[in-house]
Design a protein around this ligand. Structure first.
Ligand code: PGA
Length: 256
């Protein structure tokens, strides 16, 4: 399977910078991976236009680049100043990040909201990229049983009851590894993703567990990306800081 490399630009780049980045990326991307850019709402429309513009001449590369949003509300419409709904996003992109640890920590997003958002995204045909990360005390981070207990609770709250006929992507990002250069141990992350896949097999089906794409995220860069991608359970990467440098991100996308 070709790896899925997801860029999370967070709150970065003006419109012009976003367009220049994408144009540069398209000229320099020659890998086999699938790439999804999760960009600020303000850039979605222009980047979508940019991607459609040259569809004919670069078809082989083109169909492996897609767009995603970083956040959405679970209601379809209403009095929710500043929010955006799944149906509004569906006009502009195919993917949406849900439950990123920054949304959980800084904006109080709960597992219950994440669950509702997955259902709302599925309802309109958006593919949710749902982020998990066990918030455990520093000294408990290395102890699998603590991490797995917390992760299992998150998965129960967020996933039970979703439609397993619909596509979903799950990302595991240890909060202690996000944005600080402290990438986790690849073998250990392989073990955690195996734990996630086993949960899916037990609570949904074996087929669902096999087909669901699992990502690792947390301080991935072009030097360590391969060590994660070669692990059996890791189908792709979710990349924040390194995706802000177009050359560095392109190096990662070209690895496979
Ligand atoms: P990072 O961010 O690559 O900077 O650690 C990952 C993320 O927040 O998704």
């Amino acid at each position: 399977m070709k790896p899925l490399i997801v860029a999370n630009w967070k709150m970065h780049f003006s419109l012009v910078e976003s367009i220049c980045y994408l144009q540069w990326f398209r000229e320099n991307f020659h890998g086999n991976s699938h790439v999804t850019f999760c960009v600020p709402f303000t850039a979605l429309s222009a980047l979508r236009y940019e991607l459609q513009k040259q569809k004919k001449d670069v078809l082989t590369i083109q169909h492996r680049i897609s767009l995603g949003a970083q956040h959405m509300h679970y209601e379809a419409e209403g009095k929710f100043t500043g929010e955006i709904s799944a149906i509004q996003l569906k006009e502009l992109c195919d993917y949406v990040l849900i439950g990123h640890s920054e949304r959980r920590l800084l904006f109080g997003e709960t597992d219950q909201q994440v669950h509702k958002k997955i259902i709302a995204a599925h309802h309109v045909g958006l593919i949710p990229i749902v982020c998990f990360g066990a918030f455990v005390a520093e000294k408990e981070q290395a102890i699998s049983s603590f991490v797995e207990k917390e992760l299992e609770q998150q998965m129960r709250n967020c996933l039970l009851g979703i439609d397993m006929q619909k596509k979903i992507i799950l990302a595991y990002e240890p909060p202690a590894s996000i944005g600080n250069g402290n990438a986790a141990n690849p073998k250990r992350m392989n073990h955690i993703l195996y734990f996630i896949r086993r949960f899916l097999a037990q609570h949904f089906s074996g087929a669902f567990a096999v087909k669901t794409i699992l990502l690792y995220g947390g301080s991935v860069n072009s030097s360590n990306a391969k060590s994660f991608l070669k692990e059996k359970e890791i189908d792709g990467l979710l990349i924040g800081t390194a995706s802000l440098d177009k050359q560095e991100f392109t190096r990662i996308a070209n690895l496979s």
